[in-house]
Write a protein that binds this ligand. Structure first.
Ligand SMILES: Cc1cc2nc3c(=O)[nH]c(=O)nc-3n(C[C@H](O)[C@H](O)[C@H](O)COP(=O)(O)OP(=O)(O)OC[C@H]3O[C@@H](n4cnc5c(N)ncnc54)[C@H](O)[C@@H]3O)c2cc1C
Length: 489
């Protein structure tokens, strides 16, 4: 008999959340993490604003909240920066060049998106229904989803259905005239996705973000550094075993049923249930192998789009950074440089051809004298042909015009290729797979694998590649655990 009921491949935050829920139900669990450090892509992230408070409550985890004022600064090349603050889901303009009419329109646009996002948020904690299953449960769930959209009212429902397929640029250009505000909203819509502001569906990705993270810029923030240690402690307290530096090479199957895993060092470990916190493509192609899958399923799995395009830059300065034209008390901010729609689109265009533009977009924040920045669009390229030193210098040059004391002690950058290599995430993708209309809800990661299940009995998925997508929310791990508990009753 195997020692474990469940093996979870990967100690990312979703793997840890999934383990916590299952261990509460008495399952004996082993987490196998390839790296020394738990947390996976959380180690690349810089802010924790979307983690589910419902999950914190369920697991009885008390994460300290950050209660100080924080700002959103849209940087301007002539240092005429726009400063916003989000309080209780309301945007306040602290400083802006936009006229009153544009400020009002910006706020009402965000309110419109908020209404639609609240409809989507109804679906976040549900296992998506299975299309064409013929089961009444799935049919009812679909009808129920339709009903929740209908509850928006005729006018809002029509507008919702109109905008979800649109690109964010069109809706912004129809409503606003201020380039900075349009750039800022475009940035929020496309960050982490392989989309530009003119890509169809880029509004939907903004709505989804709002639906998940409680606010557009997510004013409720938790202490980022406490999340993984708190989740780890919760697991250990409940008897979960965690093995670091344990790289799973293969999932073992017998008669189409998952029965265990083989590690890099050839150690074989058995369990009744295997859950993969690795992305779906890696799970199917690297860990499982295509042999037990049918050709149509393989084709759909191959078609998941996983090209990442964000590089993470960390620079240590001699002293705390000073941003030109920003007062010291407003330095606790997320700084964003995405000055207008066309600038972002041009940067995106280059990445489509696996190049990066001279004029990239970025966002950063600082903690004391360390700046952590997401630079985009730096594409994932086959064979990792990036010139790292050039890319670091290029990224620093982008920041230079805004920081008056940029005396650098150390600079490190990780490309999407290195993210792939370190965390086994195909393409180094923020969401483990694009976040678009055909890769969402009952189509995430793709039709036939969207209920956290796989064609292999007792093999489940729990990563960001599943519904409701990426970001540090824990919802994927929670939903997968609920599905498994229900399946095994
Ligand atoms: C550069 C960057 C910045 C980001 N910034 C933010 C941010 O500021 N805020 C935010 O909300 N989101 C951010 N994200 C997105 C977010 O971090 C991810 O969507 C989320 O952390 C994914 O969590 P996960 O648990 O599903 O998967 P992962 O974090 O990818 O975890 C999977 C785990 O499985 C392990 N693993 C994989 N294969 C194996 C194997 N064969 N054997 C053993 N272990 C294995 C990996 O090492 C990893 O620990 C960012 C992403 C990137 C790339």
């Amino acid at each position: 008999m195997s020692k474990y009921d469940v093996i979870i491949i990967g100690g990312g935050h979703n793997g840890l959340v999934c383990a916590s829920y299952l261990s509460k139900k008495g399952y004996k669990i082993l987490i196998l993490e390839k790296n020394e450090k738990l947390g996976g892509l959380v180690n690349c992230a810089s802010s924790l604003n979307g983690f589910s408070s419902k999950i914190l409550g369920d697991l009885n985890i008390k994460l300290p909240k950050l209660n100080y004022n924080s700002y959103i600064v849209a940087l301007h090349s002539e240092q005429q920066h726009t400063i916003l603050q989000e309080n209780n889901n309301k945007i306040n303009f602290i400083k802006s060049n936009a006229n009153e009419e544009n400020q009002k329109k910006f706020s009402s646009l965000i309110n419109k998106y908020k209404i639609y996002a609240s409809t989507l948020s109804n679906f976040m904690y549900e296992v998506p229904p299975r299309l064409k299953s013929g089961k009444s449960k799935d049919t009812w769930q679909l009808i129920n989803m339709g009903w929740k959209i209908r509850k928006l009212g005729k006018k809002n429902m029509r507008e919702f259905l109109r905008v979800i397929g649109l690109n964010i640029a069109d809706d912004l250009e129809d409503n606003l005239r201020d380039n900075t505000l349009m750039g800022l909203l475009s940035h929020e819509a496309i960050l982490g996705s392989n989309l530009g502001p003119r890509s169809p569906g880029s509004i939907l990705s903004l709505l989804y973000k709002q639906a998940i993270q409680n606010g557009l810029f997510a004013s409720e923030k938790y202490d980022f550094h406490q999340l993984i240690p708190s989740l780890e402690k919760n697991c250990l307290d409940q008897g979960v075993e965690i093995k670091n530096n344990a790289n799973v090479k293969k999932i073992i199957t017998t008669n189409n049923q998952a029965t265990g895993v083989i590690l890099d060092n050839e150690e074989k470990i058995e369990a009744g249930i295997i859950i993969s916190n690795a992305d779906p493509k890696t799970t199917y192609f690297d860990l499982l192998g295509t042999e037990p899958l049918d050709t149509d399923f393989i084709r759909r799995a191959k078609n998941i789009r996983t090209k990442g395009n964000i590089a993470k830059l960390t620079i240590t300065l001699k002293e705390n950074p000073l941003i030109i034209n920003i007062e010291k008390e407003k330095m606790n901010a997320k700084f964003i440089y995405a000055p207008d729609i066309n600038y972002i689109e041009r940067a995106f265009n280059a990445s489509k051809y696996n190049k990066y533009n001279e004029n990239l977009c970025f966002e950063f924040h600082h903690c004391v004298n360390v700046i952590v920045a997401n630079i985009y669009y730096v594409p994932y390229v086959k064979n990792n042909t990036h010139d790292k030193e050039k890319l670091i210098q290029h990224s620093i040059n982008l920041l230079k015009p805004f920081i008056s004391n940029l005396e650098i002690e150390n600079a490190e950058l990780i490309t999407p290729n290195e993210i792939e290599e370190t965390y086994n995430v195909m393409g180094g993708h923020w969401h483990h797979g694009d976040f678009e209309i055909d890769q969402m809800l009952m189509m995430r990661p793709f039709y036939g694998s969207a209920q956290y299940t796989t064609p292999i009995k007792n093999l489940y998925l729990c990563s960001a590649g599943t519904h409701p997508g990426g970001g540090i929310t824990g919802i994927n791990g929670r939903n997968a655990a609920k599905k498994i508990i229900r399946d095994k009753i």
